[in-house]
Design a protein around this ligand. Structure first.
Ligand code: DX5
Ligand code: ZN
Length: 226
């Protein structure tokens, strides 16, 4: 099983963002997780396509754009142009979920849905063929540094079952990413529940000044994953 680790830039030093993404790539990151918040869908405000475009030349790994915005569609061409490789959105923030997924793929990006801890998984059922990724939130979206919600573990397993049934029936592979409160001491349990891709914001960037810096955190994650 190959696992992917996606540091969330939300906890990076924004004054040195280019250096920060280069440093986590060098330390072993597989993706850069890029959190977009609009002070409407979530009560916080972060960054948009301009900042995505600014970091693009600094890394060669994919940029994984997590849209916490409402409405969604107008931003998709802009993020695709800014160098996004994966775009995920919250289905309840889009009027036409199937159309939004198609729009992302038409712009050459991998497409995915994001589920909050209490969002119904039924949103997946009729769009499985258009999903490249499912992002399961293990905190309520809006802020970095929150605690992992344990009740999400069985929900990750429920998503995994739907994905496995889809691929067993000949469907395309779908990544299962988990976002929020992922740390060295719980990543193994998150993987056991069925995740293959792990977002980690504060756990990675919080190690900025620790011995060994970011490299040590990635080593600890890989050791925990086995
Ligand atoms: C929360 C964001 C997460 C967050 C993760 O709304 O989507 O990506 O930055 O940060 P940690 O790992 O600190 O919970
Ligand atoms: Zn995120």
């Amino acid at each position: 099983m190959s696992f992917r680790i996606a540091p969330s830039i939300l906890s990076a030093d924004f004054a040195r963002l280019g250096e920060e993404v280069r440093a986590v790539q060098a330390a072993g990151a597989d993706l850069i997780h890029f959190d977009v918040m609009d002070n409407h869908y979530v009560p916080n405000l972060t960054v948009g396509p301009l900042v995505c475009e600014a970091i693009r030349p600094h890394v060669t790994i994919p940029i994984d754009v997590h849209l916490m915005v409402e409405p969604v569609d107008a931003l998709i061409p802009m993020f695709a142009k800014a160098g996004a490789n994966i775009i995920t959105f919250h289905p309840e923030a889009s009027r036409h979920v199937d159309r939004t997924l198609s729009l992302i793929r038409e712009h050459g990006c991998k497409a995915g849905l994001v589920f909050n801890p209490a969002t119904s998984l039924e949103y997946m059922d009729y769009v499985m063929g258009k999903l490249d990724i499912v992002l399961m939130m293990s905190v309520n979206p809006g802020f970095g540094g929150q605690s992992f919600i344990e009740a999400v573990l069985p929900k990750i397993t429920a998503v995994k079952k739907k994905i496995d049934a889809h691929t067993a029936a000949g469907g395309q592979p779908i990544w299962l990413e988990v976002d929020g409160g992922v740390k060295v001491d719980n990543i193994r349990r998150v993987a056991d529940a069925g995740a293959d891709t792990f977002v980690a914001g504060s756990a990675v960037f919080g190690a900025r000044d620790a011995d060994g810096g970011y490299k040590t955190v990635f080593e600890k994650f890989r050791t925990a994953l086995g």
